[in-house]
Design a protein around this ligand. Sequence first.
Ligand SMILES: C[S@@+](CC[C@H](N)C(=O)[O-])C[C@H]1O[C@@H](n2cnc3c(N)ncnc32)[C@H](O)[C@@H]1O
Length: 286
Amino acid sequence: MKYRIEGKTFVNLEDNKKTKSIKSNRSITHSHEWQKRQDASFQEYTDIYENGKMPDYVKDLLVLFRGYISNYILFYSRKRTKSRNMKLLDVGCGVSKTLPIYMRGIDHSIVYVGLDPIQINFDRRYLFVNARIEELMDLLDCDEKFDLFVFSTSLDHFEDIEDVAKIIKELSQPGALALFFVGLHDPEIVARKVGAFLFGRMFETLTLPKLLIRIFGAYLIRIPASCLSLMRRDFKLRNDISLDEKHFYYFTRESVRRYISMFGNILDVTEIPDTNAQFICCEING
Ligand SMILES: C[S@@+](CC[C@H](N)C(=O)[O-])C[C@H]1O[C@@H](n2cnc3c(N)ncnc32)[C@H](O)[C@@H]1O
């Protein structure tokens, strides 16, 4: 069955019925490896999105990403879409019933379409496709094109980025943009983040005895333990060994540029200080 997006609904091209959510026949295309990695990360997702365990710094990063998206919406809608409504596809939008934090309060004239294969909260408060990006072409009318794509911490969860880039090119309006929020694994970026955390913890308390105990504890236990674990990570990265069972990719500053260049021309790279987060804007070339 094929669908067309009309206003804020999907229209079934066979019987003209309108709906807010559409679903693919998932059992056909899920690979064993993909399923294994999604299952491994599922508990983390539900804890963060459903069980209220989102750390403050993650929420803050999502809010910053909202600002980044808004900026490009302003730029893009003024310059390119002119009078028609802009269509945005959120690739790997997550499991929340309501809009993800990075999309809340953004221009109401935008047609937002969430896409995610994890099947909880099928009945969402926004247009939602329950499928993998690889299946999307089987569900949407071939004329359906998007102006803007958002990949918020989802790029490292896809099996084959080259394949995803090809699909995005087919789904793009001329000059469409893709905005990425990615986490980096360069050893010195991770080390800086760990160091900031360790040092910050010491100064959470400013009474002298407690401060001395923490400094002593840090030098004796925490700093050596962190160094060991950073060296282990570094070794794994260099030797192409998976850092965990949840992702397909472990980006560095250099590799993420290489992958995102498969989509088109990188227009902007913004690194968020004291974190391993980067926001990247890319103009899709068809
Ligand atoms: C870390 S979550 C990010 C969720 C959301 N974008 C956010 O930032 O809050 C990554 C998401 O990518 C989705 N994903 C993984 N493989 C996918 C695929 N092949 N097509 C579409 N989404 C996929 C997962 O289901 C998961 O919800």
